[in-house]
Ligand binder design. Sequence first.
Ligand code: SF4
Length: 406
Amino acid sequence: MIGGDNCTRACPFCQIHNGRPEGYDTDEPRRVAHAIARMGLNFAVITGVARDDLDDGGAWLFAESIRQVRALLPSCGVEVLIPDFRGSAAALRQVVDATPDVLGHNIETVPRLYKRIRPGFTYAGSLELLARARAWLPTGSATKSNLILGMGEERGEISETMRHLREAGVELLTITQYLQPSRQHLNLQRFVTPEEFAELKAEAEGLGFAHVESGPLVRSSYHAGRMHEALHPGTLDRRARIAAAAVLALALAGWLGWRGFELFDPGRNLSAARAVVSAPNVITHQLPALATAPGASGTLQSRPHQWLSVITLHGLAPVSGRERYLVFLHGYSGWTLAGAARPAPDGSAQVRFAAEPRPVSIYEVFVTRAADDATSIPHGTPVLHWFDPVHAPPRVRPFDPAHPAP
Ligand code: SF4
């Protein structure tokens, strides 16, 4: 769930805290993508609070989260569950243009109960959002909604709402049981029987929904990947095949890279590092300039799949004879590589890293000045910090050995 802990709406059935949101974390989408990578998901559902305090209602956060997941994990499916952005077509367009695999917006209840149960929303507005999304999304993407039962709706009203959703082009539907989170929340009116859930599923399928999940413990993200798969059969299999092919390709490239490394770089010294830099197939990332360290710049060069990396720095301040620069690379799966160099008189330095013999990727680069014999960086030392040299802008933060990654 993105956008913070506080929602600017106050739906009486919902347990999310409502109040004034604190801050706007534009780095959150990148961290969401990394969290999905760490969990090894092949389909992720990203939901969020309503952010009426923001001009775009939080649309950029959703759109950027989709883009970050796509960039980091091209084979991972992405579903977003969005609020109504107060009816803003431009905000919705932002999310649609990021092309989620599934765009969800929950209607939640029937029109008669809307004012009480969805006070910040309108029934017509939610249907309009879903219809617009269907019209704007490519055919490979689906729209989805959710209905919560047990809040006072009549059976005929449920059927009518399902019809309206189909008329808006919604393809995927979840039907769920309301469970009252506390005495302060909306009163539960009834428990729906499993038989009625089964009947509603059959009715919804008869209306033309491509996939319906209906049951007391169903939630809107329940079997999300499978629901999308139902609309586009073979997608998950295809993704699994792509992932398997990628693993094989990485293993092969890694083996070739390692053999190459052994052949041309046995000495682990500076001239060998220069050989790596000039070798073919080297990927170069320019480290962006740091406002807090004027003049400092650098490049990160990696052999394919980062089996071997070289950091070249320029504009480093001179150090005394008893000092040097320490450079750290941090990787997605928690590894850290460390190196050290003393800058040449022109302020340049080069540090090379022999990564572990497995495919790795780098998400941040630390550079800090330290005593020659330092074996660790004192807590709070300011560092030049190129965060995610490939995807994100640079930052500076004090080094915290307990939390090398923010
Ligand atoms: S908008 Fe969504 S998160 Fe916010 S209170 Fe309503 S249901 Fe909960």
